[in-house]
Structure formats: C-alpha cells, structure tokens
Design a protein around this ligand. Sequence first.
Ligand code: COA
Length: 442
Amino acid sequence: MSTLDDDYDIRTFAAALDPEAGDGSPRADAATAAWVAAESMGFHEPAADDDALGRSARRLVADGRRLTGVYRRDANPGSLDAEGRPVATFTSFDKTLHVGGGRLVEADLVAGVTVQPTHRRRGLLRRMITDDLARARSAGTPVAALTASEGSIYRRFGFGVGVRERTVEVDVRRAGGLLSEPEGSTELVTPASLTETAPAVFARFHRRTPGSIDRHEGSWDNVLRRERADGTPDPAVRAAVHRDATGAVDGYVTYRVDSIGGGPGSTGTQTLVVIDLVAATDDAYLGLWQLLLAVDLVATVRYPNAPQHDPLAHALVDGRALTIVHDEDHVWFRVLDPVAALQARPWAADGVVTVAIGDSLGHAAGTYRITSEGGDATVKKAAVRRADLELDVATLGSLWLGGFDPVTLAAAGLVRERRKGAVARLRAMLTPERPVHGITYF
Ligand SMILES: CC(C)(COP(=O)(O)OP(=O)(O)OC[C@H]1O[C@@H](n2cnc3c(N)ncnc32)[C@H](O)[C@@H]1OP(=O)(O)O)[C@@H](O)C(=O)NCCC(=O)NCCS
C-alpha cells in the first residue's frame, strides 16, 4: 500500500513576495500565489487576479506565515494540480494571546485548512496539523489556537473550545436607552481616520481581556474598511469613536446600515450591523452602544461578535429588547505544554490539585500537580497513584483561561472527579479577573 509520502510532496515554506515585480504593487511569488489560489478555492471564494493575490501575499508575509502545501507527485496534465497548485493547504503563524493579568503568551495560530474534494479523507489534514503541532511544541510554543468552520473536526487533535461568542440583536425602540449614563463622549469619524487610532485602542482591549488574540494584518483591512475583492473599501462603512473625560480615544465602532426587505431608505426597517466594536473601558462600551441605539431610521442593531457575558442586557432599560440570535464556539485552544501554559496565567485562589491529562498526540499527557499561591501557580509532573481530576487535553483547553466552569464540564462528562471537592477548588482557582472573550478572526 502506498503511503502519503509516495503520493504527495508535503512542503512548508515562508509566504513571500516576488522580488522581481517592479511596478510598486505587491506580487506574490509563484509558490505563495498557487497556495493562496488553492486556499481561496477551498473556501469557495471567487478566483483572485494577480493584484488580489499580491494583496493577500503582502498580508501573509507581514504576519510571517508558514504555509504548508500538499502537492500531487503524479498530477494529470490539464488538472489544477499539474499547474503547481497544492491539493491541500494549511498555515500557521505566531501571535500573542492574553492569558489574564496583562500577561501574554505566544500562540501558534492555525488557519487556512483546506483539502480538495478529490483528496479528502486520506489523512492530509491529520498529517499537516500533527506536523505543525509537533513543530510548535519543539519551538517552545505553549499553546495552539484556531477558529473552526465546523465543530466536529478539531477535538480529536486536542483542541477544546476556549472562547464562545454570540450574535445579538437589539430592538432599538423597545430598548429605551441605557439605565446609566456612561462617562465621556462619542463622535462620528471617517473609517480612514481609524487606521491611526484603532490599533492602540485594540492593544488596550487586548491586555484587558483574557482570551484575546492579537490582530493580524488581514484583520485590519476587514474591520476598518471591509475591503472588497478589488481592494477598495466598502463605501457604506461608517465609524465613530468614544473619548474619555480627558478627550483620549478609548473605543471605536465601525458599522453599516443594511436595508432588510424594504429597499434602500425604507425608513424604520433598516438594520445597523456592527462590524467592529472595540472598547478599552466599560464606559467606552456603553457609550458606543448609546450612540448605536441613537442612529435614526434604524429598527434593529445587530452585533455578531458579542461576548458571552455581555453587560448590554443589564444596561438596557428593557433588557428583553436584546435577543440572542446565534451562539457558537469561537476560539479553540490546544495546550501543548501544560506546565508553561498553566504557569503563565494568573490564579484567583490558593490551592493544590492533581490533574491527569490524556493526550493521544502525547504533548500534554501526564499527571500534574498544580499549586497556586499568591496569584501564581507552580506546575510539576506528579507521581501519584490516582489524580484528583481526570480530563483530556481538549477539556484542559476549555478550562485553561477560565472561559468555562469545571462544574459544568464535569456535568458534561468531560471532567472526572476522584477527590471530593477538587472540581469546586479548581473552579475557584481558575476564575478569570474579567470574562474571557476575543474579537480576532483568523
Ligand atoms: C477539514 C478538512 C480540511 C478535512 O480534511 P481531510 O484531509 O479530509 O481530513 P483527514 O483525512 O486528515 O481526517 C482526519 C480526521 O478528521 C475527521 N474529519 C475530517 N473532516 C471532518 C469533518 N468535516 N467533520 C468531521 N470529521 C472530520 C476524519 O474522519 C478523520 O478522523 P480520524 O482520524 O479520527 O479517523 C475538510 O473536511 C475540509 O476541507 N473542510 C472545509 C474547510 C474547513 O473546515 N477548514 C477549517 C477551517 S481553518
């Protein structure tokens, strides 16, 4: 029987631009262009021209992305594979992840996973992802993360849901405004002006919010400009900022108003869709919402990236004006080094628990003693006959930053308690200082 390596050439290389292209606009080098074309086909996007491939490549290069392509050794003449296109794609790159207390760790971000329909279910995903996780582990990266297009693929590789998100809709008339008056002020600005101010606001949000992942090059073009296929910004995007009492910008929002059903200008039926709302303070979050709820000719405000623990429903005069229309997994964490990952985060309560971790890929497998004291934990391999708690590495990914309650996950059959009270103790130890959330897509 032939092996994967007999049939395919699996190569990992750095995204690169063509140094020969002289007209000023970026051009992808041949391998990067073929990779981007294959990846966008996998996600059912329209075929990109050279300009679009160049813009994508510039972003991949800026993020220092590692690209993996799987190439057929015996491609049939005339097929896409014969033109140097990979039949499967995978990419990873490093960005910081906020683990609480302002502490950041490097995370291996996995993205761009596609396999052509004619090559699926032969183990190509398994090969690409297990190779990358092994590389990241040996490079000393404590955790990997991804966002999944389907919910049943990645647990087998040790990823557990670490952050959930929801889409909410607010009925503007029913909401009746806010119960409290946020401090500061808001004003409308051009989306272009945010290029200067938005990254600093995001940096403050990032260091305030456990679970947040730093943004990559492509995120900014999407959230500030809603860049279209031809590289131009969406002219319907509007923007506003929030300023604190000293006049400093501490929050911003980008949005567009879409007509649902009634056609442009059909007053009162329009929906304001939030594209990006980044607040570095509670007042900025509420102040921006106050502005969004005051936009005339809008019946509904829709926010697709709302946190699980959203203060908004509490803040509205009529909390029933807010409807959760969708709720799903957002970021999945894969702990590669339990000692480094667990020691990196701050700990909310003193205590000692031993945890046996199962990991079919081996990286995190073992029994560990976690001793937390004064806000920090020491984590060591432990030689105990029976650990207080048993769980697998995907569940560890869910518990790690405190986004999910161990009591709930024990009830779901994912944590086995061998010493009475250990689940409750771990719950107290893991409580995050602020709700876990993230607004970065990759
Ligand atoms: C996910 C995807 C890339 C799988 O590629 P693949 O090469 O066929 O997967 P493999 O053959 O390596 O399968 C590995 C394992 O995952 C399972 N698996 C693969 N795709 C799955 C899916 N869509 N749903 C559930 N399980 C899946 C396989 O059954 C196999 O399980 P096992 O090893 O436990 O027996 C492919 O389904 C795809 O292109 N999906 C759409 C794009 C996508 O989801 N991208 C992820 C966002 S970054």
